[in-house]
Design a protein around this ligand. Structure first.
Ligand code: MF3
Ligand code: CO
Length: 250
């Protein structure tokens, strides 16, 4: 069942989204060569608590971190630890927070002194794929129009799309219906309605689409160990188009 949010709920989702975006932006700016992924996580934890929020991830199915920090071939769910970020790395940050009963969920991928043009293009095109998906998230469209638009950008750019992990509805719960694959034909699935709140999150790989899960039970890596990028926004479908909730006021 897809939960339709009323105006009061959307207002709280806006607050949660704004906090999520602010934390994600500050953490992104704090990454430098030599920092450990645990230090990144601890900084995120301090920002989340200063904002009067809670991590949506900590303790979720036993997840031990406050955020996910996924480096290079790590796709998603990278566990914060002793690993040090190096020049040439890409670092995906996935931040979920709970504020006043509602969730915000967003991800971004940061390049740390990356010179390789192909890697920079992976990041740019993954963000483009997310934006293309969001543009389709309008009342009256079908859910898989979003999926299809994402896949089209990814394939057009020569990158592959992870199939095992998908976007999702979001609200009082981090994962609500529907699931939102990042691939597939258009014109399928539920009709989108105003008040639907969705987390759209393409994961694009430089090499093959396949993934493995490490022994830690969490970290998802590409099967060929080539780089992977992840961008995510929480949005609400309005009467005149999508509104990105995890965006800083400008
Ligand atoms: N953004 C991810 C998702 O939507 C975060 C889940 S990480 C977990 O699934 F640790 F909470 F599982
Ligand atoms: Co998500």
């Amino acid at each position: 069942m897809i939960v339709i949010k009323d105006e009061a709920a959307v207002k709280r989702m806006r607050t949660a989204g704004r906090v999520t975006a602010a934390v994600c932006a500050k953490v992104s700016q704090s990454i430098y060569p030599g920092v450990t992924t645990r230090e990144i996580d601890e900084y995120a934890a301090s920002l989340i608590s200063e904002a009067g929020a809670r991590s949506a991830f900590l303790g979720y199915r036993g997840y031990p971190g406050n955020i996910c920090v996924s480096v290079n071939d790590e796709v998603v769910h990278g566990l914060p630890g002793a690993r040090r970020v190096q020049v040439g790395d890409i670092v995906s940050l996935d931040v979920g927070v709970l504020v006043d009963g509602y969730m915000g969920d967003m991800a971004t991928t940061v390049a740390v002194g990356v010179k390789d043009a192909g890697v920079l293009r992976l990041l740019a095109q993954t963000e483009q794929a997310l934006q293309a998906g969001i543009r389709q998230a309008c009342a009256g469209a079908r859910l898989s129009d979003v999926s299809h638009a994402i896949e089209k950008v990814a394939r057009g750019a020569g990158f592959s799309v992870v199939r095992e992990f998908v976007g999702h509805g979001i609200g009082r719960e981090m994962h609500e219906d529907p699931q939102i694959p990042n691939f597939g034909p258009p014109g399928r699935g539920p009709v989108l309605r105003p008040g639907m709140t969705l987390a759209i999150e393409p994961m694009l790989n430089m090499g093959r689409a396949g993934v493995d899960i490490l022994e830690d039970g969490w970290t998802v890596v590409t099967c060929d160990h080539k780089y992977s990028a992840h961008f995510e926004h929480t949005i609400v479908i309005g009467t005149d188009g999508p509104e990105i909730l995890t965006r800083l006021d400008d």
